[in-house]
Ligand binder design. Structure first.
Ligand code: UDX
Length: 421
């Protein structure tokens, strides 16, 4: 098929490249010419293991443009993969969604071919039917599900394993209100040979939010139980090994520690909270998930103070990205930890294998280690991101507060505190 991908961020870049790998002709549409030039030269516009190789391998099937109208004319399917960032009140900003819907609508209006629009951006339930559809119909003077197709198709990609997550996803969720669009999407995803869950558009939109919100709930639950474990001298990892053997529960996403970050969980849970309140529902569980997550980094400071008067001491930070194998620092737990250390008058030296340049934008005034070993000379070390290479360090004689379970540190450090173990 001929497919256009609007947006070259995480979702767009991975989805487009993986669809090219499945043999489709892909046109990336973006506003940032630099990113498009990167793609044109076979370089990934984002840090994601394996994506660049796939991009290079499928170069002959990939083109780019800033001209959305032209891309619509040259393709049968269009994936909307633009950003839906958070607003201060937790709701999501739909400006980019609005803009592309208007432009797509205009193109549909002046074209005689049947075209299918697929919403892959994370949008609250009802957004496709109450915002995108009316804009497409108004601008095109055509009828959805008659003259053009429209669907929701949320992604469940994790940063660091996104390419693998695309091809080996547990399920593809398709939200449709007509049979023709359903058939087109089923045909597109059939080669993945994974379960396809077909439902209505707004149900599909909510499946995305409920999935992320539940994963975030598992983590906050693990941290709450983890804090209990810490008080009682019990290892939370062992607890969840036992808990996770129950097939109704599963062992996944119970890694306790300093909480979740990233561009998805915090944003999506906050958006769902704001949406629930708009509907007159008080989301007590989700609210608690966020409060637990916001409080968790402080556990680390509390443990450090048991062993050290922080003021004027050099505190080493291992890990700045929100998770390993990513250069993304959005909502990283390192942010509140470093803010708190600064308030306590600590001298901070930090190291991360790939995200220090990003972090310098936020914290230009802390020290950044040239090598990971520079951090080991600190008065105490805080482990904030579980990069594999931190398992190769020598922690003997060190004071270590571990927020991410690095077993070498647990075995070797002179003074060791696990946040939840
Ligand atoms: C998440 C979802 O997993 C993915 O399905 C969705 O499409 C996008 O959001 P991502 O944010 O990339 O993916 O990373 P993920 O691996 O889910 O981790 C999110 C955060 O939770 C990280 O800060 C991670 O450190 C933390 N986490 C994860 C835990 O603290 N404990 C766990 O057990 C798992």
């Amino acid at each position: 098929m001929k497919i256009s991908i609007i947006g070259t961020g995480y979702v767009g870049a991975v989805t487009g490249t993986c669809l090219a790998e499945l043999g489709h002709q892909v046109i990336f549409v973006g506003r940032d010419q630099k990113k498009l030039d990167l793609i044109n030269s076979g370089n990934s516009p984002i840090f994601e293991p394996g994506l660049e190789q796939l991009l290079r391998k499928n170069q002959e099937r990939i083109t780019t443009t800033t001209d959305l109208d032209d891309a619509i004319r040259k393709t049968e399917l269009t994936f909307i993969c633009v950003g839906t960032p958070s607003q201060d009140d937790g709701s999501i900003d739909l400006q980019q969604i609005r803009d592309v819907s208007i432009t797509i609508g205009k193109s549909l209006g002046s074209d005689n071919y049947y075209h299918t629009i697929i919403v892959k951006s994370t949008v609250l339930p009802g957004t496709t039917e109450t915002l995108i559809l009316p804009l497409l119909e108004r601008e095109s003077e055509k009828k959805a599900f008659v003259d053009f197709g429209l669907a929701s198709n949320p992604e469940f990609l994790k940063e660091g394993t996104a390419v693998d997550d695309f091809f080996r996803t547990d399920r593809v969720v398709i939200g449709v209100n007509d049979q023709k669009t359903n058939e087109i999407l089923e045909k597109l995803y059939r080669p993945l040979n994974v379960p396809i869950f077909t439902t209505t558009i707004r149900t599909s939109e909510l499946i995305k939010y409920a999935s992320n919100a539940f994963l975030a709930t598992k983590i906050s639950f693990a941290n709450e139980i983890g804090n209990l474990c810490k008080k009682m001298g019990i290892d939370s990892y062992e607890v969840f090994q036992g808990v996770g053997l129950d097939s109704r529960i599963s062992p996944h996403f119970f890694r306790s520690g300093i909480g979740f970050g990233g561009s998805c969980f915090p944003k999506d849970v906050r958006a769902l909270i704001a949406h629930a309140r708009d509907l007159g529902i008080e989301p007590q569980v989700l609210d608690a998930v966020m409060r637990t997550n916001e409080d968790q980094p402080a556990q680390m400071l509390g443990l450090l103070k048991r062993h050290l008067d922080i003021s004027g001491k050099t505190i080493g930070i291992l890990g700045l990205s929100f998770k390993p194998d990513s250069d993304d620092i959005r909502e990283s737990r390192a942010i509140p930890i470093i803010e708190a250390l600064r308030k306590e008058g600590a001298i901070i030296i930090a190291f991360d294998p790939v995200s220090m340049d990003n972090f310098k934008q936020l914290f230009p005034d802390i020290r950044y280690a040239k090598t990971v070993y520079d951090v080991l000379h600190s008065d105490a070390i805080l482990i904030v991101t579980e990069w594999k290479e931190f398992e190769d360090l020598d922690y003997r004689g060190k004071i270590v507060i571990d927020g991410r379970r690095i077993s070498k540190a647990r075995e070797e450090a002179a003074i060791y505190e696990g946040v939840c173990w």
